[in-house]
Write a protein that binds this ligand. Structure first.
Ligand SMILES: O=C(O)CCC(=O)C(=O)O
Ligand SMILES: [Fe+2]
Length: 346
């Protein structure tokens, strides 16, 4: 039985490589331990310019202070890609409204004109919705995404090395048209969205490979490491980025690495919380093969979670579309009526 985890590890990613460019063994071991045991950790020194994190959070706060009439011009119900603005309390997790509003965004590409019926997730390629009259939001969000893509690649390379694989093991599924996702999120207290209780976002695991999260100093993000009842808080830490693993890595490693369950408790009355989750993700049509683990690691693989409400799919596109349909039922009913009909809410 595992010991109870009480702390979220903190790693300095500027120590990830030796002077000759190879990965540093001590870093790789600490990363593997954090990823396996907790599934959540924080990193510092990831290469943001001084003040970049706060500037982004301030820009988001300024956007969300605009009247809702202006924000709904970017309504994600107009987007088959689920991009743009989600109104307060309309995103659903575990069947309950979340006390947050947000903008979802991704790579700016044209939607495909023809999508094969058996690959509906290819519809997720398409344009963003950003406010034309507040251009700094798009500029800063996209610059952030570039930094997060670099950081995500570095972390996944180090994770590969920790699993005894070549550092470029996971590169191919990310080549050409990777389908990363960013979110600009504003949480409010539960009394603003009474049906949420105090659910900022309900408990869930992330769909992709690696999530890189910028949170402000308010707090409320909680994690439930594998096999334990106790929730632990991810303490807001100036200069740090929170990292957690998604379902694709759990599938690929047969549960040696886990998509750890987490949630956000809504802030107290009158307090706003802002965060920027970034999901470092491969092409929509990527299918992830299981990796061959060294025997000592394979012995510690825990298998893939068997939650009938949340089957894990090796096809990245199918896995991510499953998540969008569940979280945004109104948008799903408009753009994916056949698929939306077939699923019960989870
Ligand atoms: O805002 C946060 O702190 C976490 C959000 C989250 O877990 C998600 O959007 O997947
Ligand atoms: Fe999450």
């Amino acid at each position: 039985m595992n010991n109870v985890v009480t702390e979220i590890p903190l790693l300095d990613i500027s120590t990830a490589r030796n002077a000759d460019g190879s990965f540093n063994e001590e870093f790789v071991t600490a990363l593997r331990d954090a990823a396996h045991r907790v599934g959540f950790f924080q990193i510092v020194a990831y290469g943001a310019y001084a003040g970049q994190d706060q500037e982004l959070l301030d820009t988001i706060a300024e956007f969300f202070r605009k009247p809702v009439g202006q924000k709904v011009k970017l309504d994600n119900r107009n987007s088959a890609q689920f991009r743009g603005y989600t109104r307060m309390g309309t995103e659903i997790t575990r069947g309950r409204a979340d006390a947050r509003e947000q903008i979802d965004y991704g790579p700016e590409r044209e939607a495909l004109s023809v999508v094969p019926e058996d690959k509906p997730y290819l519809n997720l390629q398409g344009p963003n919705q950003f406010p034309a009259d507040f251009p700094q939001l798009e500029e800063r969000a996209m610059a952030w995404a570039e930094l997060m893509n670099k950081t995500g690649h570095e972390l996944l390379s180090a994770i590969a090395v920790g699993l005894g694989l070549p550092e470029d093991h996971f590169d191919e599924p990310f080549a050409d048209t990777p389908s990363w996702m960013g979110k600009l999120v504003h949480y409010v207290s539960g009394d603003v969205v009474p049906e949420s209780g105090n659910q900022g976002v309900g408990l869930h695991a992330d769909y992709g490979f690696v999530t890189l999260l910028l949170q402000d100093q308010v707090g409320g993000l909680q994690v439930q490491p594998y096999g334990q009842e106790e929730w632990i808080e991810v303490p807001p830490t100036p200069g740090a980025l929170v990292v957690n693993l998604g379902e694709m890595l759990e599938v690929a490693t047969n549960g040696y690495l886990m998509a750890t369950i987490h949630r956000v408790i809504a802030p107290p009355a009158g307090v706003d919380r802002y965060s920027v989750p970034f999901f470092y993700s491969p092409r929509l049509d990527a299918v992830i093969d299981k990796v061959e683990l060294p025997a000592d690691l394979a012995a510690d693989a825990r298998g893939v979670s068997d939650d009938p409400e949340n089957p894990m799919l090796a096809s990245y596109g199918a896995n991510v579309l499953k998540g969008w349909l569940r979280a945004h039922p109104q948008t799903a009913a408009i753009h994916y009526p056949e698929l939306a009909k077939g699923r019960k809410s989870a």
